[in-house]
Design a binder for this molecule. Structure first.
Ligand SMILES: C[S@@+](CC[C@H](N)C(=O)[O-])C[C@H]1O[C@@H](n2cnc3c(N)ncnc32)[C@H](O)[C@@H]1O
Length: 255
Protein backbone atom coordinates (compact mmCIF):
# COMPACT_ATOMS: atom_id res chain seq x y z
CA UNK A 1 0.00 0.00 0.00
CA UNK A 2 1.13 3.54 -0.70
CA UNK A 3 3.66 2.63 -3.38
CA UNK A 4 4.20 4.80 -6.41
CA UNK A 5 2.96 3.16 -9.58
CA UNK A 6 5.74 1.60 -11.65
CA UNK A 7 6.97 3.41 -14.72
CA UNK A 8 7.14 7.08 -15.57
CA UNK A 9 5.42 9.29 -12.99
CA UNK A 10 2.52 11.31 -14.39
CA UNK A 11 3.79 14.59 -15.82
CA UNK A 12 1.50 17.20 -17.30
CA UNK A 13 2.76 19.00 -20.37
CA UNK A 14 2.23 22.67 -19.65
CA UNK A 15 1.75 24.85 -22.68
CA UNK A 16 1.63 28.31 -21.16
CA UNK A 17 5.13 29.54 -21.96
CA UNK A 18 6.20 29.46 -18.29
CA UNK A 19 9.07 27.44 -16.79
CA UNK A 20 8.25 24.21 -14.95
CA UNK A 21 10.69 21.93 -13.12
CA UNK A 22 11.62 18.60 -14.49
CA UNK A 23 11.22 15.88 -11.91
CA UNK A 24 14.69 14.69 -10.96
CA UNK A 25 15.68 11.27 -9.73
CA UNK A 26 14.15 12.08 -6.37
CA UNK A 27 11.04 9.96 -6.99
CA UNK A 28 13.17 6.88 -7.19
CA UNK A 29 14.95 7.41 -3.91
CA UNK A 30 14.92 4.25 -1.86
CA UNK A 31 14.36 3.83 1.82
CA UNK A 32 12.90 1.27 4.11
CA UNK A 33 10.41 1.52 6.91
CA UNK A 34 11.00 0.08 10.34
CA UNK A 35 8.73 -2.77 11.37
CA UNK A 36 6.63 -0.42 13.50
CA UNK A 37 6.39 2.16 10.74
CA UNK A 38 5.34 -0.52 8.31
CA UNK A 39 2.60 -1.77 10.66
CA UNK A 40 1.29 1.75 11.27
CA UNK A 41 1.41 2.49 7.54
CA UNK A 42 -0.69 -0.58 6.79
CA UNK A 43 -3.11 0.39 9.51
CA UNK A 44 -3.54 4.10 8.74
CA UNK A 45 -2.31 5.12 5.28
CA UNK A 46 -5.53 3.99 3.62
CA UNK A 47 -7.52 6.37 5.83
CA UNK A 48 -5.10 9.32 5.97
CA UNK A 49 -3.16 9.06 2.75
CA UNK A 50 -3.38 8.58 -0.97
CA UNK A 51 -0.98 8.12 -3.86
CA UNK A 52 -1.03 10.24 -6.99
CA UNK A 53 -1.68 8.16 -10.10
CA UNK A 54 -2.63 8.86 -13.71
CA UNK A 55 -6.26 8.43 -12.61
CA UNK A 56 -6.16 10.87 -9.67
CA UNK A 57 -8.81 13.57 -9.79
CA UNK A 58 -9.78 16.49 -7.53
CA UNK A 59 -9.83 15.64 -3.83
CA UNK A 60 -13.09 16.08 -1.94
CA UNK A 61 -11.43 17.84 0.98
CA UNK A 62 -14.52 17.99 3.19
CA UNK A 63 -15.17 14.28 3.05
CA UNK A 64 -11.47 13.38 3.45
CA UNK A 65 -11.17 15.51 6.60
CA UNK A 66 -14.71 14.60 7.71
CA UNK A 67 -15.64 18.24 8.35
CA UNK A 68 -16.71 21.10 6.14
CA UNK A 69 -15.80 24.71 5.60
CA UNK A 70 -12.30 24.61 7.11
CA UNK A 71 -9.31 26.38 5.53
CA UNK A 72 -6.96 24.06 3.67
CA UNK A 73 -3.19 24.38 3.35
CA UNK A 74 -0.96 22.25 1.12
CA UNK A 75 2.67 21.67 2.09
CA UNK A 76 4.89 20.48 -0.76
CA UNK A 77 7.96 18.46 0.21
CA UNK A 78 7.04 17.85 3.85
CA UNK A 79 10.09 15.59 4.35
CA UNK A 80 9.84 13.85 7.69
CA UNK A 81 7.01 16.20 8.70
CA UNK A 82 8.74 17.90 11.63
CA UNK A 83 7.33 21.34 10.93
CA UNK A 84 4.13 19.91 9.43
CA UNK A 85 3.17 18.22 12.69
CA UNK A 86 4.32 21.09 14.90
CA UNK A 87 2.34 23.62 12.86
CA UNK A 88 -0.76 21.41 12.51
CA UNK A 89 -0.91 21.16 16.30
CA UNK A 90 -1.13 24.97 16.44
CA UNK A 91 -3.82 25.20 13.77
CA UNK A 92 -6.40 22.50 14.58
CA UNK A 93 -9.05 24.28 12.50
CA UNK A 94 -6.88 24.07 9.38
CA UNK A 95 -6.80 21.06 7.08
CA UNK A 96 -3.18 20.29 6.21
CA UNK A 97 -2.37 18.23 3.12
CA UNK A 98 1.28 17.13 3.15
CA UNK A 99 2.69 16.19 -0.26
CA UNK A 100 5.90 14.18 -0.39
CA UNK A 101 7.50 11.64 -2.69
CA UNK A 102 9.64 9.99 -0.08
CA UNK A 103 7.78 7.16 1.68
CA UNK A 104 10.02 6.91 4.79
CA UNK A 105 9.44 10.64 5.35
CA UNK A 106 5.69 10.19 5.22
CA UNK A 107 5.96 7.13 7.47
CA UNK A 108 7.87 9.14 10.06
CA UNK A 109 5.25 11.87 9.93
CA UNK A 110 2.47 9.30 10.28
CA UNK A 111 4.11 8.10 13.50
CA UNK A 112 4.45 11.64 14.83
CA UNK A 113 0.91 12.72 14.02
CA UNK A 114 -0.47 9.53 15.53
CA UNK A 115 1.50 10.04 18.75
CA UNK A 116 0.32 13.66 18.87
CA UNK A 117 -3.29 12.58 18.29
CA UNK A 118 -3.72 14.99 15.37
CA UNK A 119 -6.61 14.59 12.99
CA UNK A 120 -5.99 17.56 10.69
CA UNK A 121 -3.20 16.16 8.48
CA UNK A 122 -3.65 14.08 5.33
CA UNK A 123 -0.89 12.84 3.05
CA UNK A 124 -0.43 12.56 -0.67
CA UNK A 125 2.50 10.59 -2.01
CA UNK A 126 3.45 12.18 -5.33
CA UNK A 127 5.01 15.11 -7.14
CA UNK A 128 3.74 18.41 -5.78
CA UNK A 129 3.26 19.97 -9.22
CA UNK A 130 1.10 17.10 -10.40
CA UNK A 131 -0.81 16.97 -7.13
CA UNK A 132 -1.68 20.67 -7.42
CA UNK A 133 -2.62 20.26 -11.07
CA UNK A 134 -4.77 17.14 -10.77
CA UNK A 135 -5.97 16.92 -7.19
CA UNK A 136 -6.47 20.46 -5.93
CA UNK A 137 -9.37 22.53 -7.16
CA UNK A 138 -8.63 26.06 -8.44
CA UNK A 139 -9.20 28.80 -5.89
CA UNK A 140 -9.60 26.34 -3.02
CA UNK A 141 -6.53 26.81 -0.79
CA UNK A 142 -5.81 29.19 2.06
CA UNK A 143 -2.11 28.48 1.87
CA UNK A 144 0.76 26.67 0.20
CA UNK A 145 3.99 25.96 2.09
CA UNK A 146 7.34 24.96 0.65
CA UNK A 147 10.03 24.68 3.32
CA UNK A 148 13.65 24.02 2.38
CA UNK A 149 13.00 22.75 -1.13
CA UNK A 150 15.86 20.83 -2.73
CA UNK A 151 18.29 23.57 -3.81
CA UNK A 152 19.77 21.76 -6.82
CA UNK A 153 22.98 23.79 -6.47
CA UNK A 154 24.64 22.86 -9.76
CA UNK A 155 23.78 25.24 -12.61
CA UNK A 156 22.82 22.39 -14.92
CA UNK A 157 20.24 21.23 -12.35
CA UNK A 158 18.65 24.64 -11.74
CA UNK A 159 15.80 23.69 -14.08
CA UNK A 160 14.74 21.12 -11.48
CA UNK A 161 14.08 23.77 -8.84
CA UNK A 162 10.46 23.87 -7.79
CA UNK A 163 10.32 27.66 -7.52
CA UNK A 164 10.00 28.79 -11.12
CA UNK A 165 7.48 30.91 -13.03
CA UNK A 166 5.26 27.91 -13.84
CA UNK A 167 4.79 26.56 -10.29
CA UNK A 168 4.29 30.12 -8.98
CA UNK A 169 1.45 30.53 -11.46
CA UNK A 170 0.01 27.10 -10.69
CA UNK A 171 0.12 27.80 -6.94
CA UNK A 172 -1.54 31.21 -7.50
CA UNK A 173 -4.41 29.51 -9.36
CA UNK A 174 -4.95 27.01 -6.53
CA UNK A 175 -4.98 29.71 -3.82
CA UNK A 176 -8.17 31.54 -3.09
CA UNK A 177 -7.95 35.35 -3.21
CA UNK A 178 -6.13 36.38 -0.01
CA UNK A 179 -4.42 32.96 0.25
CA UNK A 180 -0.74 32.79 1.17
CA UNK A 181 2.34 31.19 -0.35
CA UNK A 182 5.17 30.72 2.19
CA UNK A 183 8.63 29.56 1.13
CA UNK A 184 11.77 29.14 3.26
CA UNK A 185 15.31 28.25 2.20
CA UNK A 186 18.74 28.25 3.82
CA UNK A 187 20.48 28.22 0.47
CA UNK A 188 21.83 31.68 -0.44
CA UNK A 189 21.91 31.04 -4.16
CA UNK A 190 18.37 29.63 -4.17
CA UNK A 191 17.26 32.65 -2.11
CA UNK A 192 18.72 34.98 -4.76
CA UNK A 193 16.93 32.93 -7.45
CA UNK A 194 13.61 33.28 -5.60
CA UNK A 195 14.22 36.99 -5.06
CA UNK A 196 14.50 37.40 -8.83
CA UNK A 197 11.16 35.64 -9.30
CA UNK A 198 9.29 37.45 -6.54
CA UNK A 199 7.27 39.68 -8.89
CA UNK A 200 7.04 37.36 -11.87
CA UNK A 201 3.51 36.09 -11.16
CA UNK A 202 0.86 38.80 -11.60
CA UNK A 203 -1.64 36.97 -9.37
CA UNK A 204 0.76 37.02 -6.40
CA UNK A 205 1.60 40.09 -4.34
CA UNK A 206 4.97 39.80 -2.63
CA UNK A 207 4.64 40.37 1.12
CA UNK A 208 8.20 39.73 2.29
CA UNK A 209 9.10 38.57 5.76
CA UNK A 210 8.07 38.74 8.52
CA UNK A 211 4.40 39.39 7.82
CA UNK A 212 2.69 39.53 11.22
CA UNK A 213 -0.82 40.05 9.78
CA UNK A 214 -0.63 37.00 7.54
CA UNK A 215 -4.00 35.25 7.51
CA UNK A 216 -2.43 31.80 8.05
CA UNK A 217 0.16 30.55 10.51
CA UNK A 218 3.65 31.47 9.28
CA UNK A 219 5.67 30.55 12.37
CA UNK A 220 7.27 27.22 11.46
CA UNK A 221 7.42 26.33 15.18
CA UNK A 222 10.49 24.12 15.02
CA UNK A 223 13.84 23.78 13.39
CA UNK A 224 13.50 21.04 10.80
CA UNK A 225 16.22 18.59 9.96
CA UNK A 226 17.28 20.55 6.92
CA UNK A 227 17.01 23.88 8.66
CA UNK A 228 19.12 22.50 11.53
CA UNK A 229 21.80 21.55 9.07
CA UNK A 230 21.63 25.08 7.64
CA UNK A 231 22.12 26.54 11.13
CA UNK A 232 25.11 24.31 11.77
CA UNK A 233 26.58 25.47 8.49
CA UNK A 234 25.79 29.04 9.62
CA UNK A 235 23.52 29.61 6.67
CA UNK A 236 20.97 32.39 6.94
CA UNK A 237 17.35 31.35 6.69
CA UNK A 238 15.47 33.27 4.01
CA UNK A 239 11.67 33.37 4.20
CA UNK A 240 9.30 34.62 1.53
CA UNK A 241 5.56 35.18 1.56
CA UNK A 242 3.12 36.20 -1.14
CA UNK A 243 -0.62 36.82 -1.08
CA UNK A 244 -3.01 35.81 -3.84
CA UNK A 245 -4.45 38.92 -5.41
CA UNK A 246 -8.21 39.22 -5.94
CA UNK A 247 -9.51 37.57 -9.09
CA UNK A 248 -8.77 39.76 -12.14
CA UNK A 249 -12.47 40.26 -12.84
CA UNK A 250 -12.85 41.69 -9.32
CA UNK A 251 -10.20 44.34 -9.95
CA UNK A 252 -11.21 45.03 -13.51
CA UNK A 253 -7.54 44.68 -14.48
CA UNK A 254 -6.18 42.01 -16.78
CA UNK A 255 -4.35 39.14 -14.99
C1 LIG B 1 15.41 19.35 1.51
S1 LIG B 1 14.00 18.41 1.91
C2 LIG B 1 13.10 19.43 3.05
C3 LIG B 1 12.10 18.66 3.83
C4 LIG B 1 11.31 19.44 4.90
N1 LIG B 1 10.47 20.47 4.30
C5 LIG B 1 12.25 20.02 5.93
O1 LIG B 1 12.36 21.24 6.02
O2 LIG B 1 12.89 19.25 6.64
C6 LIG B 1 13.04 18.54 0.43
C7 LIG B 1 11.93 17.51 0.36
O3 LIG B 1 11.11 17.76 -0.78
C8 LIG B 1 10.75 16.52 -1.37
N2 LIG B 1 10.45 16.80 -2.76
C9 LIG B 1 11.32 17.16 -3.72
N3 LIG B 1 10.69 17.39 -4.88
C10 LIG B 1 9.37 17.17 -4.63
C11 LIG B 1 8.21 17.23 -5.44
N4 LIG B 1 8.29 17.57 -6.73
N5 LIG B 1 7.02 16.94 -4.87
C12 LIG B 1 6.95 16.57 -3.55
N6 LIG B 1 8.02 16.51 -2.74
C13 LIG B 1 9.21 16.79 -3.28
C14 LIG B 1 11.97 15.63 -1.16
O4 LIG B 1 11.63 14.25 -1.20
C15 LIG B 1 12.43 16.07 0.23
O5 LIG B 1 11.86 15.30 1.25
Amino acid sequence: MGDLPAGRPPQTHFDDGLDYPRLGGVSFRRGTLTENQHALWEERFGELGTVLTEDSGPIDVDSWFRRSGHPTVVEIGSGTGTSTVAMAAQEPDTNVIAVELYKPGLAKMLGALTRAGLDNIRMVRGDGIEVLTRMIRPGSLSGVRIFFPDPWPKARHHKRRIIQSGPLHLIATRLQPGGVLHVATDHADYAAWIEELRDVEPLLEFKGWPWPEAPILTDRQVITKFEGRGHRLEHDIHEFTWQRRPAPEATGKPA
